[in-house]
Design a protein around this ligand. Structure first.
Ligand SMILES: Nc1ncnc2c1ncn2[C@@H]1O[C@H](COP(=O)(O)OP(=O)(O)OP(=O)(O)O)[C@@H](O)[C@H]1O
Length: 538
């Protein structure tokens, strides 16, 4: 019997699905997921299907034969053309393996601990790892950012990301880190179309490059001397991806900043080596200032058109003469060309200064220092366009030491002693974007950061090491021509005469430039005349 205190439990009638419907539903869901996975991973699906088909038809023997044939083809491909083997075969495969077995395993943890996970609507949203491509030295991760993030968010935690994935060096690029390759041949049109898609601008994506094998740990031997120097791409250093870093020397000045014994000499000598063939045929004139009494450059004396290493007076004279050459060229070339093209009659003059601070800050003689500063300022502000370039190295990049720091368009930072010096050499924000030049290990002599043309992201390179023997051999094989020092003799030549200008058609003088109302007031006849004209027109 039910009393007033008893609870009445009301249960809604449950709708129970028959078992066969549940099983059917689950099967449909799993098949849809499997189909979707297969569509998203066509290579893995195709490979598995092929292996299965071979197994069904020929058993284990068929699979072994297939694998051996594939390995043989791959080995021949690698032997015949390793770059394309890496691009189309080994790179994507290694990248896929590393994506699955390395990066995906720790992705959530790494993104969260590096502060790149975002919260939205009570959910954690992570950047998505879209693809991994490997080459012999690097892994390039394509990452879709969380809505609201920018590449700077990743750049600020570059070092954290590197260590999170067990690497020492990483770099973050907002655009594809590689340039599209130049395609030639029959299928070039098709490859260019593919490249257009591969290298399209993707603002929602960021590229994280992790250095897997540090190619810069080993000393880089000297590069072969180019038969004709290409001033738009002189081979100077090795990049992390094992490619060559080339310096664009036309119409620019170069500043090399680096603490003592970090290999500034190897940068300067690598440059001299890349220009050597031009020096011997008279296309390039090297004017060298070595304030360390010749300790760095005296070995290469036969290659230099001018050399000053002992007297500061001589160094100041050398710079003054460079200004004279610059002035003469300006007068001669003005109105003909905007940028000078080096020829044997009008060679490129490269003024190389080792330890610039000795001339601009530490020199006792104030008069001489002022004179040097004046010449340097003129050369740096006006010389690039007329082919009188300055390439300078210095240890301390502070403004007090080098007031014209900002006049060097191309900068290279080797190992530095303080974090603030990195931005002083490479420009604001370079350290945040990954140029950790202040954290160079002791072995990293000749390793530095450069900024590539057109991208703000720094690139780590190692300059070739030119030994004393290499310098001696080079100086013997590529001496400057006997008349190399005579460039100043050309300065006396005729300069371009003033062109005849046709007279401009002049308008009839109409008196002073005063408003009409005021002119009419001053000249009543003019007013009457105009009124009459107006009346006639009516
Ligand atoms: N590219 C390089 N690869 C390997 N080792 C290098 C390289 N450059 C320099 N070294 C080593 O580092 C040492 C110092 O090099 P270097 O004299 O060029 O440095 P620096 O910065 O010019 O020094 P300083 O400040 O005294 O002028 C050299 O003796 C050489 O052994």
């Amino acid at each position: 019997m039910t009393s007033a205190g008893d609870l009445m439990v009301i249960r809604p009638k449950r709708f129970e699905l028959p078992l066969w419907a549940v099983v059917l539903g689950l099967l449909a869901r799993w098949s849809w997921r499997a189909t979707w996975w297969c569509l998203r991973h066509p290579v893995a699906t195709g490979t598995t299907a092929l292996l299965l088909a071979v197994y069904v038809d020929h058993g284990w023997a068929g699979i072994v034969t297939l694998l051996v044939s594939v390995a043989a083809v791959s080995a021949v491909w690698r032997w015949r053309h390793e770059p394309s083997w890496w691009t189309w075969c080994a790179g994507p495969m290694l990248g896929w393996c590393r994506r699955v077995f390395v990066y995906r395993r720790v992705w959530r943890e790494a993104m969260t601990l590096c502060g790149l996970a975002a919260k939205y609507d009570h959910q954690t949203i992570l950047p998505r790892l879209l693809a991994v491509k490997s080459d012999p030295a690097l892994d390039v991760l394509t990452v879709r950012m969380v809505r609201g993030q920018t590449p700077e968010d990743f750049q600020q935690v570059t070092a954290n990301l590197a260590y999170a994935f067990g690497r020492r060096h990483a770099r973050v690029y907002s655009e594809h880190p590689d340039d599209p390759p130049t395609r030639t041949g029959r299928w070039a049109w098709l490859l260019r179309l593919v490249d257009r898609v591969r290298f399209r601008d993707r603002p929602s994506v960021v590229y994280l490059v992790l250095v897997r094998t540090d190619a810069l740990r080993t000393v880089v031997p000297p590069f072969p001397v180019p038969t004709v120097p290409d001033f738009t791409g002189l081979p100077l250093a090795r990049r992390e991806d094992l490619s060559m870093w080339r310096l664009h020397l036309l119409a620019t000045h170069v500043l090399v900043g680096g603490a003592t014994r970090r290999g500034k000499g190897s940068v300067l000598w690598s440059l001299v080596r890349s220009l050597a063939a031009g020096v011997s045929v008279g296309l390039v004139r090297l004017w060298v200032i070595d304030p360390k009494g010749g300790m760095e450059f005296a070995l290469g004396r036969p290659m230099f058109a001018r050399f000053a290493c002992k007297s500061f007076e001589a160094m100041a004279d050398l710079l003054d003469e460079a200004v004279t050459v610059m002035r003469e060229r300006q007068t001669r070339l003005a109105g003909n060309v905007r940028v000078h093209t080096p020829t044997t009659t009008d060679p490129l003059v490269v003024v190389v200064v080792d330890e610039m601070a000795a001339l601009t800050a530490y020199l006792q003689d104030a008069e001489l220092r002022k004179r040097i500063a004046g010449s340097l300022g003129l050369l740096l502000s006006q010389g690039a366009g007329v082919g009188v370039l300055v390439v300078a190295a210095l240890q301390d990049p502070r403004k007090e030491v080098l007031p014209f720091r900002d006049l060097f368009p191309t900068r290279i930072a080797l190992g530095l002693t303080e974090a603030t010096q990195v931005d002083m050499v490479l420009g604001d924000g370079a350290r945040n974007r990954g140029a950790l030049a202040d954290q160079m290990p002791r072995w990293a002599k000749g390793v530095g950061y450069v900024i590539l043309d057109g991208t703000p992201d720094p690139v780590r390179v190692r300059f070739s090491y030119i030994s004393d023997d290499d310098i001696r051999t080079m100086a013997r094989e590529y001496p400057a021509p006997s008349d190399a020092a005579d460039i100043l003799a050309q300065v006396g030549r005729e300069t371009a005469p003033e062109p005849n200008r046709p007279a401009l058609p002049r308008q009839r003088a109409s008196g002073p430039l005063l408003p009409d109302a005021l002119l009419n007031l001053l000249n009543p006849d003019r007013q009457r005349e105009r009124d009459g004209d107006g009346g006639e027109q009516k």
